[in-house]
Write a protein that binds this ligand. Structure first.
Ligand SMILES: *[C@@H]1O[C@H](CO)[C@@H](O)[C@H](O)[C@H]1NC(C)=O
Ligand SMILES: *[C@@H]1O[C@H](CO)[C@@H](O)[C@H](O)[C@H]1NC(C)=O
Ligand SMILES: *[C@@H]1O[C@H](CO)[C@@H](O)[C@H](O)[C@H]1NC(C)=O
Length: 270
């Protein structure tokens, strides 16, 4: 008897919960940012020894004004590791997304009423060369699908503010990849802008600092990144940021610094 009376209540509860997940976006305008690239964008801060140390500095703490798009395409409270369920098959840690969002809110949101919300759309996948991100690939299509869903889930109050791109290390190992980088990046930017219907979409690229697995063509990729000749593409340099003991990933502290640099770069465009 108890079961019979409970059963109808379950679908009813689900109906109540599902709309709440999107209508649960607090505040007014939502600034939507796509985060894409490889492991350093996803975040390995504190996670370079086989497990994540779980340390979340205040700059990366959850906030009622920072949401992330879940793997199931719903807004939910954002928390580290931000790429959980997205960058699959890797040990995840702290990335630049949360400190970026906090820094944007500290400036942009302070005066707005109702307050601005930052919506992060994690899309990065560790170890991927730029060829894995060309139009038609799984990662490209996932990114575009997620970006569209993110804006749609804002019920008219969303603004796609920028694509933050941190990638390139995987292209430092073969001369051919390094030499094709500029052209591939320019194509990627044009395609994303076209497919999202935003010809002016701001893109902020992070300039890579050292090469993965002693990739010989670091300099070539760095020059390619700086040479991208398209309007509204900005460049932030990761050179000098602290690298973890694995010699491969930014530390948590470095990710906080990078998040701040990305926010500065974004705020300069306003
Ligand atoms: C990882 O292990 C190394 C060597 O045992 C240690 O020096 C380092 O502090 C550890 N890093 C983290 C983030 O736990
Ligand atoms: C990257 O591209 C290679 C070659 O096409 C493919 O085998 C691999 O599955 C791709 N990886 C991802 C994560 O898309
Ligand atoms: C992470 O970023 C640092 C700084 O740019 C770079 O030295 C390292 O090669 C990157 N690692 C990967 C796996 O992309």
């Amino acid at each position: 008897m108890a079961l019979l009376t409970l059963q109808p209540a379950i679908p009813f509860l689900l109906l109540l919960l599902l709309p709440a997940a999107s209508a649960g976006l607090p505040g007014g305008r939502t600034l939507v940012f796509i985060l894409a690239g490889q492991s350093n964008m996803s975040g390995r801060g504190g996670a370079t020894n086989g497990t994540w140390d779980g340390i979340v500095p205040p700059e990366c703490a959850p906030s009622d004004r920072i949401v992330r798009l879940s793997p199931a395409l719903r807004w939910e409270e954002a928390r580290e590791p931000l790429h959980a369920g997205v960058d699959v098959g890797n040990v995840l840690g702290v990335g630049p997304g949360m400190p970026f969002a906090h820094a944007v809110l500290a400036s942009e949101g302070a005066a707005a009423e109702p307050p601005v919300v930052v919506g992060l759309v994690p899309c990065a996948q560790g170890g991927t060369p730029i060829a894995n991100w060309s139009r038609g690939t799984e990662l490209y299509e996932r990114m575009v699908t997620r970006a569209r869903a993110a804006v749609a889930e804002c019920s008219g109050r969303g603004h796609l503010a920028a694509l933050l791109w941190y990638q390139g290390e995987a292209d430092t190992m073969r001369r051919q990849d390094a030499e094709l980088y500029q052209r591939r990046m320019e194509t990627l930017v044009r395609d994303v802008r076209c497919d999202l219907g935003r010809p002016d979409l701001l893109v902020i690229q992070v300039g890579i600092a050292t090469a993965q697995y002693n990739g010989k063509f670091l300099g070539v990729v760095r020059e390619a990144q700086k040479a991208v000749k398209l309007p509204n593409v900005k460049y932030v340099d990761a050179m000098g940021l602290p690298i973890a003991s694995d010699h491969t990933h930014l530390t948590t502290e470095a990710q906080v610094q990078l998040g701040n640099k990305l926010a500065e770069s974004y705020l300069e465009t306003l």
